[in-house]
Design a protein around this ligand. Structure first.
Ligand code: NAP
Length: 496
């Protein structure tokens, strides 16, 4: 994969490379990637980061039980493999340490403006003026937004929440001062976060209530430890490590990625079989029935866990399926009239996935407002470019394959594509480049058509769907993504 990142013609010595100023917004997984590669190639790169540490989602999320359910060896940059992962599914702190290490090793810290939130990006005199919350303004030739998707917490308003005498917080804003052992803990939600919280907290709490609005399909995935011998082998033989990565990639690409885009696929049938088999491990038929979803597996993002069903059967654990009516000083009152006494209430209620760079105001050519362009839903040609926003690119942007395959590989391929578009700036073929309206329309029509065959539209509500019920993800195959990202079709771009 790194070959693709490196394959474009410009290098540090190319004409003008140092004079092209690039603003990268965000220092999470995508921002570290963009910063590393731009810096390596000699671009004048500034990374704006509103927080005080790198790491994005792995910095923000610190909840008990946090781990990545994508195999760690595959969840690494192709140019910075890690032979030292301790287990197949790495815990959050190990992942945060990895991303911090890469940022340090690639010399990014001096380029990062910590504590500087970008609030406005405006096209002025053929450049982008970036304004931060502190009022600083600076001009750049290129902007690459790396602001993540699962970033802005979705915090529902429950009536009476302000009267709660315990502590309440969102899962991504964990309050580590709050004791959990021997306390009465409630978690709202049944997504991947809530499942990990259940496993971590059911045995620690004196009582653990999981407030479920919708049951989720849970797919098992074993989590093996790596021995010191295995790590030494990967260190000594990078090819062995690469083979392991390739195994994980093939399994995911030929399995899950193929399943989600084709409801009739044998891969989806197999996922459903595995989920049903897993559900059968719940001993009590009543509990099993309440945990059984009424929609197809993988319609919502699958919960991946070997331990969730064991945890929800723990003697301390209680699955609450009556709807939350309101919050009272002592706890949560549900529609069946029961008051669930609690000391701590965690909102594992997910994220606002339609935000991207927003709430920053982005004004393109002739004052075109990104908020208006995206008034129905955020869209971008091949997830990378929007008309009237020249030299403005997304990694992990709208319609990116977020629910399909490795987000890191996705971003690496997107960056390789963007770097090829920047080649024209370096060689002075053009000064600005953005997709044409026609090409975006064509892409979007095709994407929406393909969406009809995906599992995401088979009758569930999820964070994949926009206001019109159209999946905001990549609705094509992995092969198509690789092909599209290999080389830009320059006729789809307006150059000036
Ligand atoms: P999520 O999947 O969006 O789940 C949010 C949960 O909160 C859902 O069960 C939802 O119920 C519930 N909810 C929201 N508003 C509610 C309300 N007003 N009342 C009652 N329940 C409410 O969020 P998440 O679990 O944080 O996960 C988000 C994504 O992050 C995942 O899908 C995954 O891609 C990623 N993630 C990954 C890992 C990993 O290991 N790699 C770990 C955690 C998260 P409904 O289903 O009824 O809407």
């Amino acid at each position: 994969m790194d070959d693709a990142v490196m394959s474009t013609t410009a290098g540090p010595d190319a004409v003008g490379v140092r004079s092209i100023r690039v603003a990268v917004i965000g220092a999470g997984m995508a921002g570290i990637l963009a910063g590393s590669k731009l810096h390596e190639r000699g671009f004048a790169c500034t990374i704006f980061e509103k927080a005080h540490q790198v790491g994005g989602t792995w910095r923000d999320n610190t909840y008990p039980g946090l781990a990545c359910d994508v195999p760690a060896h595959w969840y690494t940059y192709s140019f910075a493999r890690n032979p030292d992962w301790n287990s197949t599914l790495a815990p959050g702190p190990e992942l945060h340490a990895y991303f911090t290490r890469v940022a340090k090793n690639y010399g990014l810290f001096p380029l990062i403006r910590f504590g500087e939130e970008v609030v406005r990006v405006e096209r002025l005199d053929g450049q982008w003026e970036v304004t931060t919350a502190g009022g600083q303004r600076e001009r750049f030739d290129v902007v690459i937004t790396c602001t993540g998707i699962l970033h802005h917490p979705n915090i529902p308003h429950f009536e009476g929440v302000e009267t709660f005498e315990g502590r309440v917080f969102h899962s991504s804003q964990w309050d580590h001062s709050v004791p959990l052992d021997g306390r009465r803990v409630g978690v709202v939600g049944t997504g991947s976060t809530a499942a990990q919280l259940t496993v971590a907290l059911a045995p620690r709490a004196s009582r653990f209530d999981l407030f479920q609005r919708t049951a989720q399909w849970v797919m098992p995935r074993p989590n093996a430890s790596y021995s010191e011998e295995e790590k030494a082998l990967f260190r000594a033989d990078p090819r062995a490590l690469e083979e392991l990565v390739q195994q994980y990639r093939s399994r995911s690409v030929d399995g899950y990625a193929a399943a989600v885009i084709d409801v009739d696929s044998p891969q989806l049938a197999e996922i459903e079989r595995l989920c049903r088999e897993n559900l059968e491990t719940v001993r009590d038929p009543g509990l099993r029935r309440r945990l059984t979803p009424s929609y197809r597996a993988a319609c919502k993002r699958l919960v991946i866990s070997n331990d969730f069903y064991d945890a929800i059967q723990h003697p301390n654990a209680n699955l609450v399926t009556s709807a939350i009516e309101r919050i009272e000083p002592q706890g949560v009152r549900t529609a069946d009239g029961v008051l669930h006494d609690l000391d701590v209430l965690v909102l594992a209620t997910g994220f606002r996935t339609d935000r991207f760079i927003r709430p920053a105001k982005v004004l393109g050519r002739n004052g075109v407002d990104l908020d208006e362009v995206w008034s129905t839903s955020p869209i971008a040609y091949l997830a990378v470019s929007v008309p009237d926003f020249p030299n403005f690119f997304f990694l992990n942007g709208p319609n990116s394959p977020v629910g399909n395959f490795s987000a890191i590989e996705t971003c690496e391929r997107q960056l390789a594509y963007v770097l090829q578009l920047l080649d024209g700036l370096l060689t002075r073929k053009y000064q600005e480049v953005s997709v044409t309206h026609e090409a975006l329309r064509r892409f979007e029509d095709e994407r929406r058509l393909a969406a009809k065959k995906t599992v995401w539209v088979t009758g569930c509500d999820s964070w994949y769907l926009d206001k019109e019920g159209v999946p905001s993800s990549w609705t094509f195959s992995y092969g198509r993504f690789v092909e599209e990202m290999t080389r830009p079709r320059m006729q789809d771009f307006e150059k000036r």
